[in-house]
Design a protein around this ligand. Structure first.
Ligand SMILES: [Zn+2]
Length: 248
């Protein structure tokens, strides 16, 4: 039996004394045209969405200037994460060289990648050099503000340069945003892969995906206090403050 789940397309807004950024952009203001121009009829059924407000619209409705977003870190450059990048022309896009090269290669095709979402000349790219200092069970990491509050790790497989983000709040609460490695947090506990039909369309390297899932599986066993939040898991996101509410 195929269970239908509610999928969400979210963006995580991080405000820190040293900068403001979003992790993923969700579905951007141009998503309908992008979907129509680049997707086959079948893919349009498989990846159907209900249009809510874009990140830019939500910020504006709440009197938060989109220009105050200093940078964007996409978990990866698939269409449902990169769609809003060009809605923020002032923001620098931080990614890894491997994700960038893959996203601009001939292999990167719809329905996974839509190059038009991130090929504008005005985009300023910043390639992050991960250092070899281990973080949790990962042997490479990137400390965004150099204070341990926001730390990125590599979760390869879904795409070459997929990223995960740890957020350590003052309250002691810890989150690990795991992108599209799985679509449900329970999949890390079992551990389990995605359903085979969408998996074949979106996962770049099945073996690497399995290895990355197993890493998170062991982390979750060792540290059950860390809240695992996949990018499309509506249930896992329910407990997180929704903008304009904030968590400290
Ligand atoms: Zn996705």
């Amino acid at each position: 039996m195929l269970l239908l789940r509610r999928l969400s397309h979210v963006s995580i807004l991080i405000q820190h004394p040293k900068g403001t950024f979003v992790f993923d952009t969700g579905l951007g203001s141009q998503i309908e045209g992008q979907f129509h121009d680049h997707f086959s009829f079948l893919d349009r059924q498989l990846f159907k969405f209900t249009k809510l407000n874009s990140l830019r619209e939500i910020l504006l409705e709440n009197k938060f200037s989109p220009d105050s977003i200093d940078f964007i870190i996409p978990t990866h450059l698939h269409f449902d994460h990169a769609s809003g990048i060009e809605d923020f022309p002032k923001a620098t896009v931080w990614t890894t060289k491997e994700e960038y090269d893959h996203a601009f290669s001939e292999e990167a095709m719809p329905p996974a990648f839509i190059k038009e979402q991130y090929d504008a000349d005005f985009i300023k790219w910043n390639f992050m050099d991960f250092d070899t200092s281990a973080y949790e069970i990962f042997n490479e990491s990137y400390d965004v503000f150099n204070d341990g509050t926001v730390v990125l790790v590599k979760l390869p497989g879904h795409t070459k340069g997929s990223l995960g983000m740890f957020v350590n709040l003052k309250s002691g609460k810890r989150y690990f945003f795991t992108g599209d490695l799985t679509w449900a947090a329970e999949a890390f506990i079992k551990p389990a892969e995605k359903h085979s039909i969408p998996r074949k369309k979106v996962d770049g390297d099945r073996e690497k995906v399995k290895e990355s899932i197993v890493m998170v599986h062991y982390l979750a066993k060792e540290k059950p206090e860390i809240n695992l939040v996949p990018a499309h898991d509506f249930n896992a996101q329910k407990g997180i403050a929704h903008f304009p509410e904030v968590e400290l």
